[in-house]
Design a protein. Structure first.
Length: 60
């Protein structure tokens, strides 16, 4: 299984590629846009990762 950071990086890359394909992002400003997109995905995933994992005291 891939690490969480690797999955986050791959997701950010896929978002950037889709934005370029749609014409919403220019290849000339990928550097700054990628950092922003990666930071957003990273923050969102890590903030919500514990919400999806039930604790030991909760019945599923």
């Amino acid at each position: 299984m891939k690490s969480l950071d690797e999955q986050i990086l791959r997701t950010a890359k896929e978002i950037v590629v889709k934005f370029i394909e749609m014409g919403r992002l220019s290849p000339s400003n990928i550097h700054e846009s990628f950092k922003d997109i990666h930071a957003t995905v990273n923050e969102t995933v890590k903030k919500n990762i514990n919400k999806d994992i039930p604790s030991d005291d909760q019945q599923v």
